[in-house]
Structure formats: C-alpha cells, structure tokens
Design a protein around this ligand. Structure first.
Ligand code: GCB
Length: 590
C-alpha cells in the first residue's frame, strides 16, 4: 500500500508488531550455565506500563533526537526517569491498579561492565518473562523471545560498552495463538519475574553439557554429550568426576562429542539423593554441575526407579503466591517441598508450565521426583504451525535447561486437550520430540476421561510412556459409582497416573459432607477417591489437585473470591484443610 505524504509511522502503522516479532531467542541460542561466573542484574529498574503498545509503535528503544537548538523531541517515557520497581517481580503486585493489567511493560536500567579478558563474550540470561520479551541494549534491538516460563539468553558481546542501558519490553497479552492461549485456570501474571544476570564466557566455550545414566537396566554406564561454540573444533574436552575416579579427554568432532563411559555410580533416589560433582573443560572454559544418576523405566503397567517398582505419591503445585505472584525464591520452593514431604510425597507434578529452575535443583538435593510440563493447555490452536513451533521450542528449552536433573523423571506435553485429529498430530509430534531429545525420561500428558464411554481412552496414549488422567469424580462429576465403573471399563496397557482429582473447600468453612466448599466435603472426596484408586492395579501414582489454593480469575463464587480453592493448604501456605490429613494418612500407609 502506498503511504500518504502525511503518514506518521508511530500512529498509522498498524503492522508495527512484525518488526520485533522475530523469536530469534530460542532453544538454539541457549548456553550451558552451570558453574559459570554470573553477575545479577536484579534490583531496581525503571518501569512503565504501556497498554496501547506506544513503545513498540513509537520505537521507545531509540533515544529522542535533539535539534540544533538543543531541544529534544518529547518522549512519552524515559529510560531512567520513571518509577522504580525491584526485579524480579510480577507487575500485578507493584500497585493495586496494575493487578489486572495485560499488555506491555517496559523495564530499563543502567549497568556498568568492565571487561576482564579482552576476548571474553558476554550473555544476558533471563530466567523467565511472561510472555513475549524484547531486549534492547544501548538503544538497539537484540532479540525477541516468546514463551512465558522458559529461560532465554542474548549475546551482548558486540554491543556492550562500559556504561550501558538495557531495556526489556514484556507483553503478557493473552491471545489465541499463544501457548497457553487465552483461557487458563490460573492467573496471567506479567513481568520479568525470574533472575536476570550477565554471564561471561571465554571466546570459545561449552555451549551444552549433558550427562545421564544409560537406561539399559545395568546401572554401569553414563553417557556424556558436549557441544562447544566452535563448531569446527577437533580438539578435546576434559571431563572430570573426581569421586568416580574419572578424568579423561573426550575427542571433539565438528565441535561435538558423545561418549559412553563405564562406571557404576551410587544411584540417586528419593531415599538417597546422591549427587556427584561433574565438570568439563574446553580451551579456557570450565563448566560444572552436581548430577545424580538414576534410571526410570516402564514395563507393562509398572514404573521402575533403579530397577525397583515405584508408586508415585505426589501432589500438584502451581507457581503462585498471594504476595509475589509467579516469583518463587529458593525459600518458597523449600517450603513447598517441606509441605509435600509432610504429606508423605516422593513426587510432585509441577503444573502447568516450567517452574523456576531452582525447583529441579532443590528437588535433586532433597530427593523428590518431578513431573515437568509445558503449557499446551486446553484449547491451544492445534492447527497453526507457528503455535506448534512455539510449543516445541518451550519443550526444548525446558529439556535443555533441566537435562541434568535426576529429579525430573517425566516430560509432560500437555493437559486436558480434546482428542481431535489436529491435536493428535500436534501432541504426538511433541511426544516424539521429547523422546528423540532425551532417552533418560518418560513422556506423558494429562489426558481427559472419555466420558461418553466412561473409560480411559485417548488416541494420544499410543505415543506416551505413562497415561496421565485427570478425573473429578465427586466434584465436577458427582456420581462416584462412575469412577468405579471407569476403573472396570478400562484396560490400559501402560501405567496410569491420576494426575488430578480434588474438591474446592474454603479453609475454615465447615459443614456436612454433602455441602460443597466445606472442608468436610473435600475430605469425603479424598476418602472416596483414595478408596477407589487404591483398587486399580494399573494406577501407579497420583498427584491430586493441588497443594495450595491459587489465584484464579475464573473462580468467583462467595467461597472462592478469585482463588481456586482445591488446595490442601490455603493461600496463606499455612492453614491445612481436612483433606490434607486424609492424603497424608494414605501416603504414610502406602
Ligand atoms: C483441571 C485443570 C486444572 C484446573 C482444575 C480445576 O482439570 O487441569 O488446571 O485448575 O482442573 O480446578 O478445575
């Protein structure tokens, strides 16, 4: 279309988004972070909320011109003259009037960088920004990432100076082409809500470092896979694992190596969360990690951890906090795990998106098994290729980030999706992707009951190692007899995990077992669920819904008031409801 003479880019160009929708920061631009020297950029940042996308339309990342008389064009914002907030944070918690805000938030700060080595390279690492993030350094656009819960990296080497200004525009608008899409049963927190840091690496460095126990039932081999930045490298990487007496050179070919090493480590398990120091050195670069070795497999309808049958005593959990939103600290995660252990859990379902990277690190140390999931939730647009690419990228970013975590035994590729042809194609491709990138874990999805036939039936299960099943008998489906019948009607040939059941209850609201939203009602649902599930020999674990009450704009009756009340503990993360003790009794007995 021909532009008129009076065309003004900032107000007439409705295609303004395309220029910065590059998705150039993705799984292929990640770097291995373990053991590296990092400098946090957390702290006070300027911020401004920008509901009309003025910043993107009007190029806020470009400083305003100053004319020959020294007069500067007006700017509707200023990189260092705004209000201040502490990052990481969810903007919904900065001021009450931002609670419901959806749109762009601009964040900026200055920082100083002193080069330590003339050839060093510098990366920015962002742990999580919901949903779409655009990064600008010294007024230059450096890249864009989509996906609200996975990390990304931006190379700054060519643009960083001694004095710098960084700007990040984060957009959490819900749209039908995102993963998740508009409709979810959790709150759409916005912002830069995980750590932001600088990472210095030498000119040639280790990009990827993976170590796992070979899954062949022998427990006597580990596989190591390394990629370095120099894709033509043919020299070696030195691998050391002092406690296992390993110190050897691995030969690179075209910048990569993969080697199987004979060694019998002490196995990692919930009762013995043994971790080994592992490090790799390439030219001037060294990375390290603390890694556990365990084997997870299925055979028939059983799950085996290190060759022994295991029943997964779990609980589901969201990243949600009444004061902090989606920000989670190590302290918060320790509290979550302490509550799970108090229940008697050996396992957690981290729903419905990748949680803070500390979640798996701490689970490795504390001996908890994890389910990790990507937000392919409900009615994603399964027909669009760009949506598939987004989902697949989130899956690969998660796998890259947590590959070395022994606690993570399951990748879940979605939750409660209708069994259509498009969804089957989309999610089976995700399941295959997970398997082809990682042979050391199980792949699953939380499926729905086929209510028409009242049995476990979903075409996707063909592609899964374990069948996850969400069922709400006693709550959305009131007839308990149907659960018993479902159990009898189903003859799965794989292990089933009951990934959700539950009942809403307002802490402190008491009444009879037939009165919804009382603790007694929920207690009764837990009793009857457990009684029925216990009899199903193909069920090999469960993760009832959910550990804590969580913020949810879809839930607004007089007991809910903006919270999903199916938590075993109220949103204060202290008050245990009656069903907590029913589950605890079962797990102690099991
Ligand atoms: C589900 C969803 C979960 C919801 C839950 C509920 O099946 O997977 O995200 O929060 O039910 O409370 O209805």
């Amino acid at each position: 279309m021909k532009k008129s003479d009076n065309f003004e880019e900032s107000i007439h160009n409705e295609a303004y988004y395309a220029k910065c929708d590059t998705r150039s920061l993705n799984h292929s631009t990640m770097i291995f972070k373990g053991g590296r020297q990092t400098e946090k950029l957390n702290g006070l940042w300027n911020y401004v909320m920008d509901q009309y996308d003025v910043g993107l339309r009007d190029n806020w990342h470009v400083p305003r011109k100053i004319d020959e008389k020294g007069v500067q064009e007006p700017w509707d914002y200023h990189v260092d003259d705004g209000e201040l907030t502490f990052i990481p944070c969810c903007w919904n918690t900065i001021k009450p009037e931002f609670f419901w805000f959806e749109g762009c938030g601009w964040f900026s700060r200055h920082f100083r960088y002193i080069k330590q080595d003339p050839s060093e390279r510098v990366f920015l690492h962002v742990g999580g920004a919901n949903y779409d993030a655009k990064v600008y350094l010294n007024y230059k656009f450096l890249g864009n990432h989509v996906g609200g819960s996975t990390p990304f990296f931006v190379e700054l080497t060519d643009d960083i100076q001694q004095e710098n200004v960084i700007q990040v525009c984060v957009n959490n608008t819900r749209t039908s082409d995102r993963v998740p899409m508009k409709n979810t049963d959790w709150f759409n927190w916005g912002g830069l809500y995980r750590d932001i840091e600088l990472i210095r690496v030498p000119r040639d460095f280790i990009r990827d470092f993976r170590v796992h126990l070979v899954t062949d039932g022998r427990f006597d081999k580990i596989e190591v896979a390394i990629k370095v930045s120099d894709t033509s490298a043919r020299d070696t990487v030195r691998l050391t694992m002092p406690e296992l007496g390993i110190d050897r050179e691995l030969k690179l070919s075209d910048g990569e190596c993969r080697e199987v090493i004979k060694v019998s480590p002490e196995l990692w398990s919930p009762s013995n969360p043994k971790l080994y120091d592992v490090s790799a050195a390439f030219r001037g670069d060294t990375v390290c990690d603390r890694i556990g070795f365990r084997e997870i497999r299925v055979k028939g309808t059983d799950i085996f951890l290190n060759g022994k049958k295991i029943w997964l005593k779990g609980i589901s959990v969201h990243e949600d906090d009444a004061d902090l939103g989606k920000v989670s600290s190590a302290e918060d995660i320790h509290r979550r795990y302490a509550h799970a252990k108090e229940l008697g859990c050996n396992y957690l379902r981290l729903s419905h998106y990748p949680h803070n990277e500390l979640a798996a690190k701490i689970a490795d140390e504390e001996g908890l098994l994890l389910w990790e999931e990507i937000p392919v939730y409900w009615a994603i647009d399964f027909t669009r290729q760009a949506v598939y690419e987004d989902a697949q990228n989130q899956l690969l970013e998660l796998i890259n980030r947590d590959y070395n975590r022994a606690s993570v035994i399951i990748w879940a590729v979605g939750n409660e999706n209708a069994d259509t042809d498009e969804r089957l194609d989309f999610m089976s491709r995700l399941a295959k992707t997970a398997k082809s990138h990682d042979s050391s874990r199980l792949v699953t999805a939380a499926c729905l009951v086929n209510h028409a036939k009242n049995r476990i039936e979903d075409r996707l299960t063909e592609y899964l190692d374990i069948i996850g099943l969400n069922e709400y008998y006693g709550w959305y489906k009131t007839r308990f007899e149907d659960l018993i019948e479902l159990g009898e009607n189903s003859k799965p040939d794989k292990p089933v995990l009951i990934t959700e059941f539950g009942a809403g209850a307002k802490a402190g609201h008491h009444g009879s077992i037939s009165e919804k939203f009382t603790e007694e009602y929920a207690q009764e649902v837990y009793r009857r669920q457990i009684e029925t599930i216990e009899r199903l020999d193909y069920v090999k674990g469960m993760s009832p819904w959910i550990l804590y009450d969580f913020t949810c704009p879809r839930r607004n009756n007089r007991y809910q008031q903006g919270y999903n009340r199916k938590g075993l503990i109220a949103e204060d993360k202290k008050t245990r409801k009656l069903p907590f003790f029913v589950l605890q009794e079962f797990y102690r007995r099991k």
